[in-house]
Design a binder for this molecule. Structure first.
Ligand SMILES: NC(=O)C1=CN([C@@H]2O[C@H](COP(=O)(O)OP(=O)(O)OC[C@H]3O[C@@H](n4cnc5c(N)ncnc54)[C@H](OP(=O)(O)O)[C@@H]3O)[C@@H](O)[C@H]2O)C=CC1
Length: 400
């Protein structure tokens, strides 16, 4: 049973909102600087997100949102769900919470100086204690569920690369099968896998969307090489067939309602197509009556993965509609039966495809999602019909 927040803490927390608005990012940056000294905690984070400030900005926005909703944190349900999923995937432990809490309180004290009175520090200690209790309880329950479901497990399990496929000049797929030869947990399309990489000087964890249809024996992840990305470059250069990886059970809540009937528009940019490569075959098989439409934007069709796979999906009876937008290679004439447009997709065109009841799912570069989301809401599409997935820290589309 979680002890409720002590009476008296909430008004003090709310009084700190202006200070958080002014200094939130400095506080979270200071906090992370202290935390990153612990290698076990540093391994949980993408250091590029630290360097670009994306992680501290996302946490500052989350702390501010918590302060604003301290009387009724249930308004933050969606964000809490994302955090719980990510923490379970990355094997965050209850013991790590006090370490983070202490770093946060120290950072508040350091940044706010004398303005951080003992009452303020006590109130934030209490608010953190309450949030940590909620998260630990949910994460413990979810870890247990993932472990006890058929094919499930807890923490890290060794997988072998059964097959490596070059999908495009810069994307490679890895088909992963468990070394123990036992079944695996069937993922829900749209979920991701966390990998623990501790070799060749790497000590880090990364999440990749599963790009295959649900199965009890294997998962496919498809990794685009980012020339500046330490992990994607390492995977491309060093992970070959029969290579071994430590993998956590599938996680994430960027999923379609399995039996829903409202039309679905999947809108991806670049490697953001990966979760949709899992959703499309599953819906075709399990829910063939539901209208599905993939709209994918790629710089160049020559560099686009999965062209043949999409073309074969179109040959089935419950085929999805597919539109490709090619933004850079006007002169390319790829050998595909798929419908191809030149240039960028517009929000007006998407709104037309969406109709009055459709739900739109985005996955792709942040600017792509943010710009289309903002244009679609301006056209009157309610946010409740717009769903998005981000890799890494989730800076709100509205706030970004
Ligand atoms: N589960 C997840 O959350 C996943 C997320 N991703 C994310 O998806 C992103 C994909 O990047 P990458 O593969 O390099 O993409 P690419 O650069 O290969 O392709 C992106 C396409 O989207 C277009 N685009 C970019 N910004 C905008 C914009 N603001 N408005 C309209 N069109 C735009 C680009 O057009 P132009 O040619 O004009 O640049 C380009 O055609 C990454 O950030 C990755 O982290 C990827 C996989 C899974």
């Amino acid at each position: 049973m979680i002890k409720p927040l002590k009476p008296g803490a909430a008004p003090i927390i709310k009084a700190t909102i202006p200070a958080l608005e002014a200094h939130g990012v400095t506080i979270t940056k200071t906090m992370y600087e202290k935390l990153m000294q612990d290698p076990a905690i540093a391994a949980m984070f993408n250091q590029t997100d630290q360097a670009t400030g994306r992680q501290p900005r996302a946490l500052a926005a989350a702390v501010l949102a918590y302060a604003k909703h301290i009387d009724d944190p249930s308004a933050l349900e969606n964000t809490l769900g994302l955090i719980v999923e990510k923490h379970v995937a990355l094997s965050v432990t209850p013991e790590q919470y006090p370490v983070v809490g202490e770093a946060l309180l120290t950072a508040i004290g350091t940044v706010l100086g004398e303005a951080a009175t003992p009452e303020i520090i006590d109130a934030w200690a209490e608010a953190y204690r309450f949030l940590a209790d909620v998260l630990i309880s949910r994460e413990t329950a979810l870890t247990h569920t993932r472990e006890t479901e058929p094919g499930g497990w807890r923490g890290w399990r060794s997988f072998r690369v059964a097959k490596r496929v070059q999908e495009s000049p810069d994307m490679v797929s890895f088909w992963l099968e468990p070394v123990d030869g036992k079944p695996v947990l069937k993922h829900v399309p749209g979920q991701y896998l966390a990998l623990a990489l501790e070799q060749d000087g790497l000590n880090t964890r990364r999440c990749y969307s599963i790009s295959s249809a649900p199965s009890t024996h294997a998962y496919r992840i498809s990794v685009k090489r980012d020339p500046h990305g330490m992990v994607s470059s390492w995977l491309h250069a060093n992970l070959h067939e029969n290579g071994i990886l430590e993998v956590a059970p599938p996680a994430g809540q960027f999923t379609l309602e399995a039996s829903g009937s409202a039309p679905v528009l999947l809108v991806s940019g670049g490697s953001g197509i990966t979760p949709f490569m899992s959703m499309l075959p599953e819906q075709e098989e399990k829910n063939p009556g539901r209208p599905m439409h993939l709209v994918h934007t790629t710089p160049s069709l020559d560099h686009m993965p999965f062209l043949a796979e999409l073309a074969s999906l179109q040959k089935t009876e419950a085929a999805p509609e597919i539109d490709l937008f090619s933004t850079k290679d006007e002169n390319a004439h790829p050998d595909t039966s798929l419908r191809v447009h030149e240039g960028h997709v517009s929000a007006e065109w998407l709104a037309e495809q969406l109709g009055n009841e459709g739900h739109l799912y985005f996955c792709g570069p942040r600017g792509f999602q943010r710009d289309l989301f903002s244009a679609l809401t301006k056209l009157g599409i309610p946010e409740s019909r717009l769903h998005h997935e981000f890799y890494g820290p989730d800076e709100s589309l509205l706030a970004a």
